[in-house]
Write a protein that binds this ligand. Structure first.
Ligand code: SF4
Length: 185
């Protein structure tokens, strides 16, 4: 069965993200330069680990770090998508290289139930802290994970790769929408 992703869908396995490279830095610069003036247009609760084909999806971060320890570098503000930017991820999938945001799908998402994002509830139980202080983030006031879990989510968020085929067993369990938060951690 295809592994669950952290955006409520299942996808086939793909190549992994690599270590921080010149390409990571170049990609972040290219995305940043296309971001101008979009932050104020996002007004609903936002999913911080969306798919690029969701309505109103935007890029909020670029995955760096190492295959064992990803570190997402967040943009100053969400950047609109373009074919050219998505192509920068090749031969990987865009969700291995970028973090996307889009309006939370609420009940339409496999991770949502009982009025909460269960994925966020599992992330704070399963993942260790990746930061010692809040990372700068372009969507915090509207972020679903922040509104639900507060700083506990933000300190773990930068290690989340939406399509991460190097998930360890605990994280695979957390990413499975069928697994309830109470069953992990
Ligand atoms: S750093 Fe916090 S506010 Fe920003 S996307 Fe992650 S969980 Fe949401």
């Amino acid at each position: 069965m295809a592994p669950a992703t952290v955006s409520g869908r299942t996808e086939p396995a793909a190549a992994s993200t690599g270590a921080t490279t010149t390409r990571d830095r170049r990609t972040r610069r290219r995305v940043m330069s296309s971001a101008g003036g979009t932050a104020g247009r996002l007004s609903r609760r936002l999913c911080p680990s969306a798919q690029p084909d969701w309505p109103s999806a935007r890029i909020i971060g670029v995955v760096g770090g190492t295959p064992e320890q990803a570190q997402v570098a967040f943009l100053d503000e969400p950047a609109p998508l373009s074919k050219e930017l998505l192509a920068l991820a090749e031969p990987l999938q865009p969700t291995e290289v970028f973090r996307f945001t889009a309006p939370c799908a609420s009940a339409a998402c496999a991770h949502f139930g009982e009025g909460r994002c269960r994925l966020a509830s599992k992330i704070v139980r399963v993942l260790p802290e990746a930061k010692s202080e809040l990372p700068p983030c372009p969507i915090r006031p509207q972020c679903r994970w922040w509104s639900q879990e507060g700083p506990t989510a933000c300190l773990r968020c930068p290690q989340v790769v939406t399509h991460d085929r190097l998930q360890n067993e605990a994280w695979q369990k957390a990413a499975d929408p069928e697994v309830m938060p109470e069953a992990v951690g």
